[in-house]
Design a protein around this ligand. Structure first.
Ligand code: DOR
Length: 440
């Protein structure tokens, strides 16, 4: 297949060029490529061609929680949103806390995932031996819930944490919130409001101070032991001084922001309520602006989603019962392009943080860039065609989105996964082209 006349956004530049795909790979990128015979040509004049996004933080809910989502449904939504690779979290049932459970998860994904996939090894207060036995490439990284969230995977024993940071054979990623501080704030809120705590209290219960304390601990442990650490979903300005700008590829400690924390602020609890409840919480307008600036400045290395679907019935409950998390993969690129249209982020920065940096930081092989010889994981975007988010347009099993009713400025025209045109004009091919990610 030959894609002609697109504007390629890649490695800090925009160039108009043609891209020839052969088999699973990008064969050639050049200003003008004459169509070889038997090659389908797509005229992409006026459209943007980006590397497919690599989302390093999703919860696709399989095994065991498949009423909320599964590897097929959620990866299909991801491809419709321009995400071509995902790294999935271990808080499923059974939890992914053994090498056997990891292997079983790769088997579940084989032939069913529409995007390329890798899985995290989860931690508990007593699975150190499994972590130490982990071989390179078996997991994208080790996940530690240093704050309690969905799935009872809190690791709060200080000695265990110290040992995990000392001995982890691969990179560690952390969810940072201090659970004792959360419990105190929850008790105070219950005292004041009873069970019906307003959702606008969420960023005061799971506050910036709650995040700061836990992030300080994670960064301190990584510095003490020389551990490779990636802090997931930063949400507050106060935590930014723990991190430094610089190339993601060579950092010992990196950090991520998620699309919803870059897009929404606490003013939206008024209309979204429970549908915006996630951990860590969406915080103030000042926090949001500081996160966006840190993405621009390279202090924040990676943009991900933390896609975390729950059913409508679960989310419709009162504050303490409604689980935290929202589905995002179908609209994360579109939300980022809205930020671009508002002048908050450049296209080049979006591609660096959502495509290149995850590949560099995790060592994903031959993906994340528009380069000859690399896998043809691509997304073609119309920057002005618009996308109205309707309930019928959603591909999530949970069937809802915090963006319902919103019209995004851009539209995802097509997505290629491993050289196959997996999504075009709103239609997804029935074949699942995703492959297991390989790591350098
Ligand atoms: O909001 C969240 N939802 N944060 C998490 O850490 C977990 C996730 C989930 O799995 O529901």
């Amino acid at each position: 297949m030959l894609i002609k006349n697109a504007v390629l956004v890649n490695e800090g530049r925009r160039i108009e060029a043609d891209v020839l795909i052969r088999g699973e790979r990008i064969e050639r990128i050049a200003p003008q490529i004459a169509a070889p015979s038997n090659v389908e040509v797509i005229d992409a004049k006026g459209l943007l061609l980006l590397p497919g996004l690599i989302d390093d933080q999703v919860h696709f809910r399989e095994p065991g929680l498949t009423a909320k989502g599964d590897l097929a449904s959620e990866s299909a939504a991801a491809v419709a949103g321009g995400i071509t690779s995902f790294m999935d979290m271990p808080n499923v049932n059974p939890q992914t806390i053994t090498r056997a459970a990891l292997a079983a998860k790769y088997e579940l994904a084989r032939g069913r995932a529409f995007a390329n996939y890798a899985f995290y090894m989860g931690t508990t207060n007593d699975n150190l031996a499994e972590l130490e036995a982990l071989q390179k490439g078996e997991a994208c990284a080790i996940k530690i819930f240093m704050g309690a969230s969905t799935g009872n995977m809190l690791v709060d024993n200080p000695e265990t944490l110290d040992k995990i940071f000392a001995r982890a054979p691969v990179m560690i990623v952390t969810h940072c919130e201090d659970t004792p501080m959360i419990k105190l704030a929850e008790d105070a809120a219950r005292e004041k409001y009873g069970e019906d705590v307003p959702f606008a209290e969420h960023p005061h219960i799971r506050s910036a101070a709650v995040c700061y304390k836990s992030t300080e601990l994670a960064v301190g442990l990584a510095k003490k032991h020389g551990t490779r650490l990636h802090v997931l979903h930063l949400t507050s300005a106060s935590e930014l001084p723990f991190f430094a700008p610089g190339p993601a590829a060579t950092k010992q400690i990196s950090v991520e922001a998620c699309v919803h924390h870059l897009y929404f602020d606490e003013s939206r609890y008024a209309d979204l309520g429970s549908w915006l409840k996630c951990n860590p919480a969406v915080k103030s307008a000042a926090d949001r602006s500081a996160l966006v600036a840190a993405v621009r400045d390279g202090v924040i290395d990676i943009i991900a989603t933390d896609h975390a679907p729950h059913t409508r019935a679960e989310k419709a409950q009162s504050y303490f019962k409604a689980p935290s998390g929202l589905p995002l993969v179908q609209h994360s690129l579109l939300a980022l392009l809205d930020l671009e249209a508002r002048g908050e982020l450049s296209l080049e920065t979006i591609v660096q943080r959502a495509c290149h940096a995850p590949a560099q930081r995790f060592g994903v092989r031959e993906r994340g860039f528009l380069r000859e010889g690399y896998f043809a994981d691509l997304v073609l975007v119309d920057p002005t065609a618009g996308t109205l988010v309707t309930p019928e347009s959603l591909r999530y099993k949970c069937g809802w989105s915090p963006f319902e009713g919103h019209r995004f400025k851009a539209r995802v025209e097509a997505t290629w996964v491993n050289g196959a045109l997996a999504y075009r004009n709103g239609e997804l091919t029935p074949q699942a082209y995703g492959q297991r990610l390989a790591f350098a």
